[in-house]
Design a protein. Structure first.
Length: 382
């Protein structure tokens, strides 16, 4: 529903001057759960209000900070168009909301920085992949994670081959008729008119180049693979047309027109899963090989400064883990507290975001998968 770019994550992560509120909740696209989603948000805003007051704001100031979130409670149109999770970021001078294909745990964090670690699976290694469902009659771009999926709008792009021909060359459109309602099977396209008949393969190539230009622009700057879904003969034509840097060789074959986004996501996941798992295995194996050499650590006192100064090559963080404290850039020191104190933030969140922004790989794992069993572990570049 909403897009989240690296630049937006960077703006959220680098915003300072609190208190800042970060709210996360799971949401539903349809069914009974849609009635409960506003109630969840109401409870989270109440929790955040208490924390804002504890942080020193007057109740009226806390209400002002949270007013954009509370305005959403009665916005029926907003709740009718949800994805799998909702993230809200509020402060005295800003508000941002994202409906995303990632199911969040309910969470309210009040700190001097926004809490953005739950967003990293959408952008970090092994988080997001795209599915491009192709037929001559329809094109759909889907953004997916293992458990979520949503359609991404492609602006100024022909939605079908006939539409592309109509805009590209009206004379060619008059000669083109298709005998199928889907992207494959049935009888092939039939052309009438001149002796020098148009080449249907060339038409598809031109159509796919237009689609690919829009897809490549939409995904610019994202390190996420693209999986093609369509009948077999279309996929190599698209690969020939494409300039996207990361089109997976194996595709999801068969007409995608009757498949739901969830079905396409599940089939595409089986294609891309080995790649994601291999990257994680290689990073874990490298950590094991380098253990004891000084090039790894499982202590936040070492990891946080290294992440800030761009030394972390790969970071493993335990899903849902949080450690409170703050980092002082002047001294390069991380201070961890057993209980959150005024001005504290989540050090695991800080390390993950700094690693990502400095070009390192972030792997969000189950707690038992993290080396040494702590909240985080790292491989250093040097």
């Amino acid at each position: 529903m909403d897009s989240l770019s690296r630049e937006e994550l960077e703006r959220l992560a680098e915003a300072r001057g609190g208190p800042r509120v970060s709210l996360y909740l799971p949401t539903h696209r349809a069914g009974e759960g849609t009635r409960q989603d506003p109630i969840r948000l109401k409870n989270l805003t109440s929790n955040a209000r208490e924390r804002l007051v504890e942080a020193g704001l007057r109740t009226t100031e806390a209400d002002d900070v949270l007013s954009p979130a509370r305005d959403l409670l009665s916005d029926l149109a907003f709740w009718r168009h949800q994805s799998d999770g909702l993230a809200l970021f509020l402060s005295g001078d800003s508000f941002a909301s994202y409906r995303l294909p990632l199911r969040f745990d309910e969470l309210a964090v009040v700190a001097d920085r926004h809490h953005v670690k739950p967003l990293l699976p959408l952008l970090a290694e092994g988080g997001t992949f795209y599915v491009l469902a192709l037929s001559q009659n329809e094109v759909r771009l889907l953004r997916a994670t293992r458990r979520g999926v949503e359609e991404v709008a492609l602006e100024d792009t022909p939605g079908s081959l006939s539409e592309a021909l109509r805009h590209d060359d009206p004379e060619r459109q008059l000669q083109f008729h298709t005998g199928t309602s889907g992207g494959g099977g049935g009888r092939p396209a039939v052309f009438h008119g001149h002796d020098a008949r148009p080449d249907p393969g060339e038409d598809l190539l031109r159509f796919f180049r237009q689609v690919d230009a829009a897809v490549t622009e939409k995904l610019k700057g994202q390190k996420a693979p693209l999986i093609l879904a369509g009948v077999g003969f279309l996929l190599p034509i698209y690969r020939e047309a494409s300039e996207h840097p990361d089109v997976i060789e194996e595709g999801v074959e068969g007409s995608p027109e009757a498949s739901s986004p969830e079905e396409l996501r599940d089939r595409a996941w089986e294609v891309v899963r080995p790649r994601f798992e291999e990257a994680r295995r290689e990073a874990l194996a490298r950590h094991a090989r380098l253990a004891g050499t000084g090039q790894t650590s499982d202590g936040l006192a070492q990891i946080v400064p290294a992440a800030y100064f761009g030394r972390v090559e790969a970071l493993f963080v335990a899903r849902g883990s949080r450690r409170w404290g703050f980092f002082d850039p002047a001294s390069g020191t991380a201070h961890e507290h057993g209980e959150p104190e005024r001005g504290d933030g989540d050090l695991v969140d800080f390390a993950a975001v700094q690693t990502f922004l400095n070009g390192g790989a972030v792997h969000v794992l189950e707690p038992e998968e993290v080396p040494a069993g702590g909240p985080a572990a790292a491989v250093f570049r040097y």
